[in-house]
Design a protein around this ligand. Structure first.
Ligand code: AMP
Ligand code: MG
Length: 395
């Protein structure tokens, strides 16, 4: 229990504590940000028939260089009532189906029109099929458009709508209880007695959770009190999927989360991570809920939320790949060597270059507001000169 867990090992153990929740079917736009419960299958072929990609004239490529006799006109939403014979053309508009016989679209900028005679004046199409969207060129009926566990993005919503879906089966959003602990904490904006500070973690986490499927059902704050901690955890476990305690996760006289879990018969499955900030993280199951105990220092809560809480919520919501992506950028400055825990340095990344912020104390909220990346420095890493490629997590 006392050895520090490597981050990846702790992430694996945490995700193993949780199974994906049940599914629900939601209207397309309500499914934004959720994870598909089943593959997205095309119910139709798109385009269903060859369509014009431009405003112009539907021709046979073999008839070039023309001229052509115009025998009709087709707009998007209509269907040609006849085809074209050699030497004939139809006026056609973007999104309109090609008449039988036509295989190419001559753009209107390339022609002159005299009564019903169309004459090529520009360079014209250079290949058969130009400016035509062939049937099935987007997707064909029955195609597997996205796998189970894929995130529903605005682009995927467009695809699902075009593929004939009005709703999507997605994983349910976990119900979350945020439990702030600390005798020193008061509501943001409330008057402060000496020794008190605003609770900044609760609103920070609520904001962070807006980016993943999660319903923050309960937000409570308790003092540094064993009985209150036990009661808050026991009550929340009955009606939430995830309990997040903030603070009190360490070993001080005023830290009660670990002992409260133990006295509820649910001792942490793991505790203490080889990372900085965030060492005193703990996690375990309490009844049907997963409890994640985050350290109270604002930067510690922030970093551990990205590395553990968000992945846990994504997993419960059915994500195929719940862990954060790691990207690479060139160090903008020399990076001193690493220590005995892996560092997640608050940093700014821009134009492929990453700069760690100078102040890294885990109590600093000013640094959290400026950072857009967590620069990863491995345990015992040597000094890395500016220009070295380094891994980071985008925030
Ligand atoms: P703890 O993890 O409870 O030992 O707290 C570590 C540090 O974080 C202490 O300085 C606390 O005052 C501070 N802290 C704990 N909880 C919060 C919170 N919800 N908002 C802001 N700071 C907090
Ligand atoms: Mg505390």
């Amino acid at each position: 229990m006392s050895a520090l867990q490597p981050v990846e090992e702790a992430q694996t153990r945490l995700l193993a504590l949780a199974a994906p929740l049940a599914n629900e079917t939601l209207p397309l736009t309500a499914a934004l940000g959720r994870y598909l419960a089943a593959p997205l299958i095309a119910q139709r072929t798109q385009p269903a028939a060859a369509l014009s990609a431009m405003d112009g004239y539907a021709i046979r490529f073999a008839d070039l260089p023309g001229p052509w006799q115009q025998v009709g006109s087709i707009a998007a939403g209509s269907w040609p009532d006849s085809g074209i014979a050699p030497g004939e053309t139809m006026r056609i508009f973007t999104g309109a189906p090609l008449p039988d016989g036509a295989d190419t679209v001559l753009i209107q900028e390339d022609v002159s029109v005299l009564a019903d005679i169309i004459t090529l004046t520009g360079s014209g199409p250079t290949a058969q099929g130009q400016h035509v969207r062939s049937a099935g060129s987007d997707f064909v009926q029955g195609a597997d458009l996205a796998g189970a566990g894929a995130r529903v993005t605005p682009g995927m919503i467009a695809l699902a709508a075009m593929a004939g879906h009005a709703s999507l089966a997605v994983g349910c959003a976990p119900r979350v209880a945020l439990i702030s602990t600390g005798d020193e904490l008061v509501d943001p904006g409330a008057p402060l007695a000496p020794g008190q500070i605003p609770d900044s973690n609760a609103p920070m986490l609520t904001a962070l959770l807006a980016a993943v499927p999660a319903k923050v059902v309960t937000t409570v704050r308790i003092g540094d009190d064993r009985a209150a901690t036990i009661a808050a955890i026991r009550d929340a476990a009955a009606t939430h999927d995830v309990l997040v305690t903030l603070g009190g996760a360490s070993v001080g006289d005023h830290d009660h989360v670990h002992a409260a879990m133990t006295s509820l018969g649910a001792p942490p499955a793991f505790w203490k991570i080889a990372m900085r900030p965030g060492k005193p993280l703990l996690a375990g199951r309490v009844g049907d809920a997963v409890l994640l105990g985050l350290p109270g220092n604002p930067a510690s809560a922030f970093v551990t939320a990205h590395l553990f809480l968000l992945p846990l919520l994504r997993r419960l919501a059915g994500a195929a790949a719940p862990l954060p992506d790691v990207a690479q950028a060139a160090l903008a400055t020399d990076l001193p060597g690493g220590g005995p825990r892996r560092d997640y340095l608050r940093a700014v990344v821009a134009n492929g270059r990453i700069t760690p912020l100078t102040a890294q104390d885990s109590g600093l909220t000013s640094v959290l507001a400026s950072a857009n990346a967590l620069l990863i420095r491995e345990i015992g890493a040597p000094l890395q000169p500016a220009g070295t490629m380094a891994p980071y997590i985008a925030l």
